[in-house]
Design a protein around this ligand. Sequence first.
Ligand code: MGD
Ligand code: SF4
Length: 729
Amino acid sequence: MNRREFLKISAALGAAGAMPTLLGGCAARPLPGSGVVTGSPTVCNLCFWQCAGTLYQEDGRPWKVVGHPDDPHCEGRLCTRGSAGIGAYVDPDRLRQPLLRVDEGGGQRFRPVSWDEAFDFIARRMKAIGEQHGSDRMALFSHGDGGEHLRRMLQAFGSDAYAHPSFAQCRGPRETAFGLTFGEGVGSPDRTDMAHSRCIVLIGSHIGENLHNSQVQTLAKALDSGATLITVDPRFSVAASKSAHWLAIKPGTDMALLLAWMNVLINEDLYDREYVARHCTGFGQLARHVQAFNPEWAYLETGLEPSSIRETARAMARAAPATLVHPGRHVTWYGDDTQRCRAIAILNALLGSWGRPGGFYNQEKVDLPEYPAPKPPKPASDWKAVVQAEYPLVSTGISNKLVEHSVGKDAFFKGWFVYATNLPMTLPGGVEQIEAAAQSLELMVVVDTMPAEITGYADVVLPECTYLERYDDLRNKPERTPTLALRMPAFEPAHETRPAWWIAKGIAERLGLGEYFPWQDYQEVLDWQLKQVGSSLAEMQTLGVKRFPRKGAVYLDADNPLRFKTPSGKIELYSSLLADIGQDPLPRYTPPDRPPEGYYHLNYGRAPAHTFGRTINNPQLFELMPENAVWVHPAAAAGLGVGNGDYVRLQNPEGTRSNRVRVRVTQRIRPDSVFMVHGFGHTDQRQRLARGVGADDAGLMHNVKLDPVMGGTGMRASFVTLVKAGEVS
Ligand code: MGD
Ligand code: SF4
């Protein structure tokens, strides 16, 4: 028997209990709004834009959640998903109590246990790992606010290794590339000044379907004011439909277009000479480098007419510096991602848009001190030197590398905490990797609100309460106006669920590390921090959101000589750091792999109603979008003999097949590609709405390209064909 069998959390362990239903027994209920209404501040957790809002209850029953009018992340309006926050709270399939994997009757199962028993087990295993291998051998995977509490607990124990999938599977390449070029990343929320842009270029960025609240609002504002929108996408996205120019590029050839745009800007003398002379270094090398890449050359790679390449380059130059070549967000595509993002950064520099209105602005956050507590010990070893030494420019964890170093008996990592990230559906080929790691690890603790696929591999599953039932750290993000926002509980934690701060403190105390959590509950920490900046918890419980004065200029200050945080102190068009580590100091085009006969590029993206896999089982959002579909061009559909609404399975060249998924025949996709929304295809039986509906793209990825600069996983180089569902055995 495997050391760790995949365990499904049985219906008996999660049987629907006394959670309020969505309609709360509407037959006996007065009309909404006619009872006693109370509100409490919250910060949405349905995605990571973190919009502030107010949760209203009526006669103690959840009523609605709405956006906070003073909040720059939402400007008073929550998106579709945020408005369905109550769905996460009332989901009858939520985890309810701590679960411990036990060997019984010749098999393994999860046994519901008390928090004490769960903590004792975890502390015993961690101490054993510490004694046998060293206390630096635990890793944390996290995607969400509560992960910071667990990180502190692990640091106190002696382990500092952590990774967020939002780096190596998402925006790591752009942060690395902008850091190399301007000395600073784009950050989140993105520092794009779209509301003032006169020209916006979206390269594979489907804003509108990818719904980050204020970003969509500022794009709409720019369009209302007459900004020119240029969209580069193999698919006719919603943004493409609003565009003056839709460039339906051959998948994976964007770098060729970017080089050609630079060629036109430089050769037609359309770049911002003064800005470049004043702030940039390496212009001569760049100008020589791009000479070979004219629009005629790019046409052969991208399929885009040279005339439209020239026309769009000129449109960008006309509006500059209020031209934003958007840096994108989920940019782990073909493995040359840092280089492609560097090309985008360079283009912005040529247009003079970094630090200028309509381009990128300077962000600030509130200077919020940390609660006084002992400093964690220095770990016994430098985990980055062991796990990701080949990526010296990366200062954060690369999730796929951490997983790789958890497989086998000599692996560096011996234990994991996984907080709010469903690794089997997040890492390409994740199921195989997690299975391999699960056989080697001596401890896996999963902290989640739902019985996600990752919980099936855990030794211990710890149920966190939802964001509507807990305090978390104050939201203190870099913004135009420094702002704090409070998330506080509207309800008592349901069932036996608890917040992450409580979980981290409880485990630390079992490990004898209670001194690192020198407070009774988290309100004490928040109140102390708020008092240091002239507010208090009581004030924030009333306000929800508070703005603070800025200290510096919003835009680049032309009167003061500026030093960028790069080795040269300038914007580095030619990257000295890349040259130092033997990587291309100027972006170079690598043609992508082409699909084998009968196969299509597997393109994927987001939909406004869902965030990855985490919202599929939310009853309100499931109703809006209960399954994904695969978009197929009519010519491809005719060749394959499939029609609109047919069920098919997707199959990659290695023979891996997806769950069944419906066909959507549409002209909105190129004939060489298919498209689907990511996040569907859950297999865990306890997500009763989400299980078995739609297809999972991550499981089909077979041609993952590692980025040589930052180690992330390029996930768009995979191919699939369609097999009629009825024809599959
Ligand atoms: P989800 O798949 O939504 O996101 O990947 P993940 O971070 O893994 O899973 C999140 C988990 O968090 C769920 O199990 C959910 O139940 C749990 N959860 C939700 N709220 C809470 C909470 O309050 N507390 C706790 N403890 N748990 C909670 C996202 C990652 O995936 C990212 S950032 C990107 S950009 C990539 N996107 C992507 C893609 O588009 N396509 C493919 N194929 N792979 C991708 N991988 C990456
Ligand atoms: Fe919530 Fe939508 Fe804001 Fe994301 S963008 S935090 S889902 S309201």
